[in-house]
Ligand binder design. Sequence first.
Ligand code: GRF
Length: 203
Amino acid sequence: MSIVVLISGNGSNLQAMIDQQAAGKLHGRIALVISNNGDAYGLNRAEDAGIETLCLDHRQFDSREGYDEALRQAIDNAGADLVVLAGFMRILTPEFVNHYAGRMLNVHPSLLPKYKGLNTHARALEAGDDEHGASVHFVTPELDGGPVVIQAKVPIFTDDTADELASRVQVQERSMYPLVVAWYCQGRLKMDNNKAYLDGQEL
Ligand code: GRF
């Protein structure tokens, strides 16, 4: 299976997938990494691993539709079977999302359906929650609303800062996201009718 990974920044989740691929456990090949931001450190990670990269700067486009169309062409030209959003900080048009229905995954730093959108760590702290986490889900047109595949929980400690909490959550993201990608590449994970299935069992 051919995978295209979209990033905007550090790319630690991308790195976890690169490592999983190097270990022969991704069951797919990362064909291309695309960033909307030329400074994204994740582009260096991809280059170091010999993976093709592309910077598609959203500031060069007049409209979201125009940007997403260029993105779609780049992904489809790479022959992608699966699109992996790994810290891609852009909202995608419904047309784009529907084109990849059942073929696009995202990791979101909260225990969905809690805290869709931004600043999830600060919001969990502000709410006085005693646990937080991350979710890997299929992408549907509803922002952070697609069916959840897997979640990982972490404790919140009384003196936590948002950054400390984010680091604790990201450790979990890096361990579960490559596993989910591997399930998909093995044909074990599907989305049907807005529901996620692993080995035929609804999740
Ligand atoms: C992750 O915490 C992810 O949940 C969020 O953005 C962050 C990306 O981190 N959507 P990285 O670029 O993979 O290091």
